[in-house]
Design a protein around this ligand. Structure first.
Ligand code: BGC
Length: 756
């Protein structure tokens, strides 16, 4: 089947090459039968296969497939092996449904909890997101099915997502918004990368050569092809030139024509088109190696996997007095519309037609033994306030031993296509929780949401809360498993739960104005921001409780002093000190004690999930490579390591650090000088070579003149003064004019650094 690409290219006509770069239908590429080039089929994604029966239609109910938990749930497992297993199951379903490429995973960062599509994204942290995305990709692709890592890049809101111009500085991009993509691309090489709809710093991502070509292909060594998000292309030849190989959806004869004309007129070099077709063919041949459309899927096994993942994803946020797991009870009140009609996935392109759906109420009954279970709706999923529903719920809550409140964000509050209006539950839901909690002290809230919700109005009134996310088709069973302790919860938050919307990092810079959103908070998103501000949050990044307890001990680092290129190995012993088996997620953060550029107080650089029987101790070992200590410095246009002190923080969450180790890192990098005439005297003296050459001049100048005479501290004044200005003000005693001295100092620095 696989044929030599250059031979094929030479046999394709210009029109055929152009037509290959645009879809044949909304879900298929063009086949060129005379040359044996098959069509490939793509389908959404990411947490199930949304394969429409008729590939000519864009939106239609899809064929039945397993609906697994969505990305925010998956991320809360912090379990790369589980994501790989999920990927394998999805790969099998793709094969059976005739799908060559699954359109996922989504790996945009959660810049704001308001993003309507956060349920499809993993985390506010690029290391966690990147590792999970890589495992997902590896799993799917191990089956001979491709993936599409999306939406590249800076698609962090739904508001005006088709056009908004995200203005993001390069350091923030490199360290946050591109970092998760980079990790997944370098580790797992997704067959395709899907570009985002929005603009980035003025240019549509679909036409962004720096993004698609320079960074993705040249720097990261990406070998697959770039596909547009559906309808993201505006100028087809420009998109090809920038490195976008496939435009979707098709057919778009106008686009094909535009490419043909651009080549004929000389506007587009035919070699650009050839390179695009070559990349497409590589993936088409790869896909063709695994025939699709055959084979049954094991529906029961996949449903069971969906239940296992949902159970691992549930985060026990609060459990005062150990009210959970539920003891043997006589009467249980189940309250909430979603106990009967579960909320288990989000609206939009990822919407799966499930093979079956577990009803939470029935699953609870199945595990409740002899307990009598009563039910009240409590709230309707549509808008509107109905006091009578609350009153009925209060009655059954009062009569029971415990009240279980199943509360889900309604679709009008959260979906693809629009952002959330606020972080609140509905007015009715808040009133319901408060009324039930007042009547029944043992009230437990079970939340379904794709992202953080605000709980301040009611959190103090209930002893326990579990976050069950958009939990997939088997989530109803998983909730029952956790409530009764069949599953010991082990999920931890992959995103911070803030107290108020006003506290969130992007609050003053979202959703943008006049079509532009400025990422003014820079790299300080999520816990990086709350840490920097010393701000109290509702539940911190990495938080999650268990029915057992874990003790950490014996933190070790492989070296007290190490070279950046050698990295560092961190080990810690974790003991299950309770009496049930469980899984603990160990988190390793790095703190750079002093650096030239501002850095977060800590950043996640490694994690591991470990299963422990009661009384068991295991050693968890985490490798930190050079990147774990580096930051991106736009002045050098590279990742930089600075020699000096670092702290290694090991903890249960970003806010619960158990141990800290101090280490010294030696940088092996030789960096060019970035000093210039506008660098301050402080910057000159902080640079070892700069200090060497500038000190004698400063001494001759008399260190800042008599600024004390006007009530200023002379050395402070000088430190912040650009060198050229300092020479201008105080360089009178020098032999040469200030400009000449500045030029000479710069030449000396360059000479010493070998930059001549
Ligand atoms: C979404 C993508 C999706 C595509 C195809 C777009 O609107 O942003 O995530 O893969 O549609 O359905």
């Amino acid at each position: 089947m696989r044929q030599d690409t250059s031979t094929i290219l030479s046999r394709l006509t210009l029109e055929e090459k152009a037509v290959l770069c645009t879809g044949a239908t909304p879900w298929q590429t063009v086949a060129i039968e005379r040359l044996g080039i098959p069509s490939i089929t793509v389908a959404d994604g990411p947490h199930g296969v949304r394969r429409v029966a008729d590939t000519e239609t864009l939106m239609a109910e899809s064929l039945p497939a397993t609906c697994f938990p969505t990305a925010s749930a998956l991320a809360s497992t912090w379990d790369v092996d589980l994501l790989r297993a999920l990927g394998e199951a999805l790969g099998e379903e793709c094969i059976s449904l005739g799908v060559d490429i699954l359109l996922g995973p989504g790996n945009n960062m959660k810049r704001t909890p308001l993003c309507g599509r956060n349920f499809e994204y993993y985390s506010e942290d690029p290391l966690l997101g990147g590792e999970l995305a890589a495992a997902f990709i590896e799993g799917v692709q191990s089956k001979g099915v491709g993936t599409s890592l999306k939406h590249y890049a800076a698609n962090n809101q739904e508001h005006k997502r088709f056009a908004i111009d995200a203005q993001v500085d390069e350091r923030t991009l490199r360290e946050i918004y591109l970092a998760g993509f980079e990790r997944a691309v370098v580790k797992a090489q997704p067959w395709t990368v899907m570009c985002a709809y929005n603009r980035l710093n003025g240019t549509y991502c679909s036409q962004h050569r720096w993004l698609l070509h320079d960074v993705l292909k040249e720097e990261w060594g990406y070998d697959g092809f770039v596909v547009s998000d559906w309808g993201a292309v505006h100028d087809r030849p420009a998109a090809l030139e920038a490195g976008l190989e496939l435009e979707m959806p098709g057919p778009r004869p106008d686009r094909v024509q535009a490419v043909v004309e651009a080549v004929r007129s000389g506007e587009l070099d035919e070699s650009v088109l050839d390179a695009a077709v070559a990349r497409l063919l590589q993936v088409i041949w790869r896909a063709a190696e695994t025939p699709k459309g055959d084979g049954e899927i094991d529906v029961d096994a996949h449903h069971a996997l969906a239940r296992r993942i949902a159970g691992e994803a549930i985060v026990l946020l609060k459990n005062e007095g150990g009210v959970l797991p539920l003891p043997a009870l006589r009467r249980i009140a189940v309250i909430g519309a979603t106990a009967k009609t579960p909320y288990f996935q989000g609206g939009g392109s990822s919407h799966i037609n499930p093979t079956r759906v577990d009803v939470p109420l029935e699953e609870l009954q199945a595990l409740a033994g002899d307990a009598e279970v009563s039910y009240a709706e409590g709230y309707a999923m549509e808008e509107g306030f109905d006091e009578a529903l609350i009153d009925r719920a209060v009655v059954i809550a009062r009569e029971a031993d415990v009240a279980l409140l199943y509360v889900a964000l309604p679709t009008f509050k959260e979906s693809e296509g629009y952002d959330r209006p606020d972080l609140r539950l509905t007015e009715q839901q808040v009133a319901l929780i408060q009324a039930v909690a007042a009547a029944q002290p043992q009230s437990i809230v079970i939340l379904n949401s794709g992202s953080a919700v605000m709980m301040d109005p009611w959190i103090a009134e209930v002893p326990a809360v579990i976050e069950a996310w958009m939990m997939g088709q088997a989530g109803g069973g998983a909730i029952a498993d956790v409530l009764f302790g069949t599953v010991n919860p082990s999920g931890k938050l992959a995103e911070t739960f803030p107290r108020r919307l006003e506290d969130t990092p992007s609050f003053l810079n979202y959703p943008g104005e006049n079509g532009v959103v400025r990422y003014g908070e820079g790299a300080y998103i999520g816990y990086r921001y709350y840490d920097a501000k010393g701000m109290d949050v509702l539940y911190p990044f990495g938080h999650g409780l268990s029915y057992t307890s874990y003790a950490y001990s014996n933190l070790r680092v492989s070296a007290q002093s190490f070279r950046d290129v050698d990295g560092l190995t961190v080990s810690v012993d974790v003991t299950n000190t309770g009496d049930v088996a469980g899984k603990e997620i160990v988190q390793v953060y790095v703190h750079d004690v002093a650096s030239r550029l501002s850095r977060p107080a800590k950043e996640l650089k490694g994690f591991a999930k470990v299963a422990l029987q009661p009384g068991e101790t295991r050693t968890v070992t985490i490798e930190l490579d050079v990147r774990a200590f580096a930051y991106y410095d736009p002045a050098y246009q590279r990742w930089v390591t600075e020699s000096g002190a670092f702290e290694i923080l090991v903890g249960r969450s970003s806010a619960d650090i158990c141990f800290t180790a101090s280490v010294e890192m030696e940088s092996t990098q030789v960096l060019p000088s970035i000093l210039d005439r506008d660098s301050t005297v402080g910057e000159w003296t902080a640079d070892p070579v700069g200090a060497q050459v500038v000190q004698p001049v400063l001494q001759q100048m008399g260190e800042g003149g008599d600024s004390e005479g006007i009530g200023m501290d002379s050395s402070g004044f000088l430190t912040d003064l650009p060198l050229a200005s300092a020479l201008g003000f105080f360089g009178g005693k020098l032999a040469a004019p200030p400009e000449e001295v500045a030029r000479d100092l710069l030449a000396q620095v360059k000479g010493k650094k070998g930059q001549d």
